[in-house]
Ligand binder design. Structure first.
Ligand code: FMN
Length: 178
C-alpha cells in the first residue's frame, strides 16, 4: 500500500494528546499541507490561524461554546482535548466555495499529521461560538482577514490515546454507474 493510502486508511480522530509541543519543522509541514490543498478557481482564499494550545483564546472559545450549549456543567474535555496546537481555518464569507475549500485543506492537514506520526481531530462544534455574538472579537484575536468567518478547525498533537478508524457501509454509500 502506498504511504498516502496507508495514512488515509489508518487516520482516525484523536481525543487525547500528550503534552509535548509539535516541533516547529513538523508544524510547518502541516501548515504547508493546508496551503497545498486545491481551492476553487485557485483562489487560495482560506486562512489558517495557528494557535498554541496554551493560548488564552482557546479557553475563551471553550467558554463561549459551553455558554451557547446552555450546559449546566462543562463536558469533561475541552473542544480540542488539550492538544498542543489548534488550527482554525477561516474563509471569505462571500465566496461560495470557501467552506468546501476549508474542508479539503483540513483533510490534507489530517492526512499529513497521520503520515508524520501525529494525531488530529477535526472540530466543528465551535461553529456557533465563533460565528455568534463574539464573532468580531474572535476574528480579531485569531487574525482573520477582513470579511472572513470560521469554517472548520483541527486539533493536532502526539497521540495519548488511540482509536480504530471508523467503519463504513460500502453497499449503502457507493453506487457504481455503468
Ligand atoms: C466536519 C467535521 C466536524 C467534526 N467535528 C467534531 C467535533 O466538534 N468534535 C469531535 O469530537 N469530533 C468531530 N469530528 C470528528 C468525527 O466525529 C469523526 O471524524 C467521525 O466520528 C469518524 O471517526 P474517525 O475520524 O475516527 O474516523 C468532526 C468531523 C468532521 C468531518
Amino acid at each position: 500500500m502506498s504511504e498516502v493510502l496507508r495514512a488515509i486508511t489508518e487516520r482516525s480522530s484523536t481525543r487525547g494528546y500528550k503534552k509535548d509541543k509539535i516541533a516547529p519543522e513538523i508544524l510547518e509541514q502541516l501548515i504547508q499541507a493546508g496551503l497545498e490543498a486545491p481551492t476553487a478557481a485557485n483562489k487560495q482564499e482560506i486562512h489558517f490561524s495557528v494557535i498554541d494550545g496554551e493560548a488564552a483564546v482557546l479557553q475563551e472559545i471553550e467558554d463561549e461554546k459551553n455558554r451557547g450549549f446552555g450546559l449546566e456543567q462543562a463536558p469533561p474535555n475541552n473542544f480540542y482535548y488539550d492538544a498542543p496546537t489548534v488550527i482554525i481555518i477561516s474563509g471569505d464569507k462571500n465566496f461560495s466555495w470557501s467552506e468546501l475549500d476549508a474542508g479539503i485543506a483540513v483533510e490534507n492537514i489530517a492526512i499529513a499529521a497521520q503520515a508524520l506520526g501525529l494525531g488530529s481531530l477535526i472540530i466543528g462544534c465551535v461553529k456557533n461560538a465563533l460565528r455568534g455574538e463574539k464573532e468580531a472579537e474572535f476574528a480579531e484575536k485569531l487574525g482573520y482577514p477582513e470579511g472572513y468567518e470560521y469554517k472548520i478547525a483541527i486539533a493536532l498533537g502526539y497521540k495519548a490515546v488511540t482509536k480504530e478508524p471508523h467503519t463504513y457501509e460500502y453497499e449503502k454509500q457507493v453506487t457504481i454507474v455503468k
